[in-house]
Write a protein that binds this ligand. Structure first.
Ligand code: GLU
Length: 321
């Protein structure tokens, strides 16, 4: 028999979940529950400037309210632990960084934000500028001299290699690591580890076999697979779900407080109209009938799920729920 699927929620506690986060979380949960797998919760609170412990508690409370449970991970109100909170897992990330450094795949980068901005050539699909590699060729002496006045960020030296993988919803994808991903940041100049190192390393350490997340992270996937393979870990299966776009076409954002769960919960006596509306948008219901997440488990199949991003109808909250 094949190994049971292990999925995860990996929210960043940088604000309240918005409708798009709920959509991706619902599909991640259904995919695991439909196959009798295990769901984990990991709190991606690496960025001390953006993340707050109270947001983590609210996130957990919101997931519980939605009926999206998890089998392992913190409980609402738990103090941050080094098991599930990325901010507490720095020694583990440092070990992974040391392994990459021992392979000659890490170099210091002294570029300022302004330089990076000026050099940002063609953008890849997630909107992040590709690094032009100007610090790649610094000699150890040059790097030592620059380190005296400025703490460097650390970057991965990616190979000129095309990596192919099959996304569970978006199908086969190939990306040239050097030309498309570019040398990406592993640790910021202030010492904070980057999402691009922490998330895949944690997925592997936590035994995650399936990563379901929004399509905005599709462009990060080739580099995450490369990182895992380089570290000697088998990559999970990836599924990138459609994004929900605001009626004007832009991406929903936590900082804009777009259709966040605070507003939704204030309006709704139960999560069922919301889950029903999302199930309808996803392709699991022919109409936005109120339903529990649990009731969708038997009807869930990735074959039914819409692949492309969706623009939300005007006044979704007022008209749809
Ligand atoms: N922490 C990320 C977010 O909240 C998700 C990362 C992932 O799923 O790989 O957007």
């Amino acid at each position: 028999m094949s190994e049971p699927v292990v999925g995860r929620f990996a929210p960043s506690p940088s604000g309240r979940m918005h409708l798009g986060n709920v959509f991706a979380a619902l599909l991640a949960w259904l995919s695991v529950r439909a196959r009798g797998g295990r769901m984990l919760l990991r709190i991606e609170d690496l960025d001390p400037d953006r993340c707050k412990p109270e947001y983590a508690t609210t996130l957990m409370d919101d997931l519980c309210w939605l009926g999206l449970d998890w089998d392992a991970g913190p409980r609402p109100g738990d103090a941050p632990s080094d098991k599930w909170f990325q901010s507490r897992r720095t020694p583990f990330y440092q070990q992974q960084l040391d392994k990459l450094a021992a392979l000659g795949l890490v170099y210091p980068c002294f570029c300022t934000r302004a330089q990076l901005h000026a050099a940002s050539a063609p953008h890849q699909s997630d909107g992040a500028p590709r690094y032009d590699g100007r610090c790649r060729a610094l000699t150890p002496e040059q790097a030592a001299t620059q380190s005296r006045t400025r703490a460097p960020a650390l970057r991965a030296r990616v190979p000129d290699e095309t990596l192919c993988f099959t996304d569970g919803l978006q199908g086969p994808r190939c990306e040239n690591l050097e030309r498309e991903a570019g040398d990406f940041i592993l640790r910021r100049s202030d010492g904070v580890f980057a999402y691009q190192l922490a998330a895949p390393a944690d997925d592997s350490a936590m035994g995650v076999t399936e990563v379901v997340r929004g399509q905005d992270l599709l462009a990060s996937t080739a580099r995450q697979i490369w990182l895992l393979r380089t570290l000697g870990y088998p990559p999970p299966h990836y599924v990138h779900t459609p994004l929900l776009l605001a009626p004007d076409g832009r991406r929903l954002a936590k900082r804009e407080r777009d259709l966040d769960l605070g507003a939704l919960r204030a309006k709704l006596p139960s999560p069922q109209p919301l889950i029903g509306a999302l199930a309808h948008l996803a392709g699991l219901q022919s109409a936005p009938r109120p339903v529990t997440a649990q009731a969708l488990v038997p009807v869930f199949s990735w074959q039914r799920i819409v692949k492309s991003n969706m623009v939300l109808p005007n006044n979704f909250l007022g008209n749809y729920l």
